[in-house]
Design a protein around this ligand. Sequence first.
Ligand code: NAD
Length: 503
Amino acid sequence: MELTGLFINGEFVAAEGSATYPSINPADGQPWCDFAAASAKDVDRAVAAAKASFESGVWRNTSAQERAAVLRRAADLFSEYHGQIAMAEIQDSGATLRKANGADLIAANLSFQEYANLIEQTPLEQRAEEFFPIASENIIRREPVGVVAAIVPFNFPLAAASWKVAPALAAGCSLVLKPSPYTPATALWIAKVMKEAGLPDGVLNVITGPGPDIGAHLVEHPDVDKVAFTGSTQVGRIVGASAGRQIKRCMLELGGKSANIILDDADLDVAIPVALFATFFHSGQVCESGTRILVPRSMHDEFVQRLVAEAQRVKLGHPMEMETTMGPLVSAEQLANSKRYVALAIEEGATVACGGAEPEDLKALGGYYFPPTILTGVTNDMRIAQEEVFGPVVVVIPYQDEEDALRIANDSPFGLAAALWTQDEARALNLARRLEAGTVWINDYHMISPKYPFGGFKASGVGRELGLAGLDAYFELKHIHVARTSTLEEKHYLPLTLSDLDL
Ligand code: NAD
């Protein structure tokens, strides 16, 4: 790949001392490309470029229409470079052809289009005549928050970055984007696309590198005004604490252990295949995966039998093969993690209904393959039901009645998503209102759109991305009060009672 440098102040440049590191292709475990390995000094250079561009007003002072035009050109360029970007994502992250071409590029394209539309529709300055507390004109302004550190994980490198870059740019912010060390390639493509779309130099900067240190340095940097982080709850706690010390604005999109609730009137012909998609899409490396399937006790055995039979149809294999429906995990560490959790579940008393061990026939490929794994005999208090695996491992938990299902679903430190399967929409809506989750799907799964807010209750995060909430996350709100009173008597600074106010 030609894009391998850091992107600072509008140029692809080498890291300090020309340091590089290899990105490993998860399909075969081999290095596929060397990328720049940023140092703390490189982070400082990137933040300085972002700050200078913000202070110059070169982007933040453009009109909403001008910013929307750049975002729309970027959306078109993602389509134009579709093939090259998809190839980079496949080699870097192990995404299948279907995921890279479909979900990833569509998410990027739609985010840039949606935030182009939203910035044109959102009032940046609203005025109102008010007589409380005194006659005055009041202006509410949306102002860009400043320099944003956007930190993203390895599972949806292009989409997760687009969900931050598009709204932050729409709002007029400048950014430093830091992709996961495992998956730097498509962040650099975003830089190339934005430059070609006409974004001024310095407004978007990208730093790549292998260690957690550059992320920590970026979060700590005093010239960063806002941190937009997507990643694990474990790292999210560190990032949130660091941002909190400086009272930095901070958005955290973290892990999950989402409940997929099958009610007794569910259409199992649809619910079962979708339950597999819910949990094995991108080898289970999806934050809102439906990794706890809750089934009525009376239906449990038949359900598991059908689920296992359906799971045999998942085609695990090389991501570049058209018939592959599930590819490798991103790294040797993630593979080891899935194996460790299956061993732990067995120790806790779970039974492996299918999968659970590395497939012998794929070992020759040298990649990080783990099969669809279904665990039964699981109770919700086990670690396998409480902790995020981030691999293709799902547990099936029986429940007694609707209240029991709701109790189990909500008995989790996380609250990212949930799903309900039933033919009774009123019943589903009642339950949906009582689920502690940022997104609830009824008879569906993984339906995320830039039009609707996405984020977590509880340990799944703080704040929301996407939709108008995802744009407002990059604004400071300012209230300007203009007095329409001229004498001291008119001002009523300290009225004794409400009736003293001449409303
Ligand atoms: P991670 O937390 O290990 O890393 C995320 C990012 O943070 C990476 O870019 C990493 O380099 C960086 N980082 C690591 N240590 C840091 C530090 N001390 N300071 C600043 N940055 C640091 O996550 P991951 O393993 O890349 O991704 C998987 C996790 O992401 C899962 O837990 C998953 O649920 C979560 N995720 C959440 C969402 C969501 O929207 N809620 C979406 C996708 C993934």
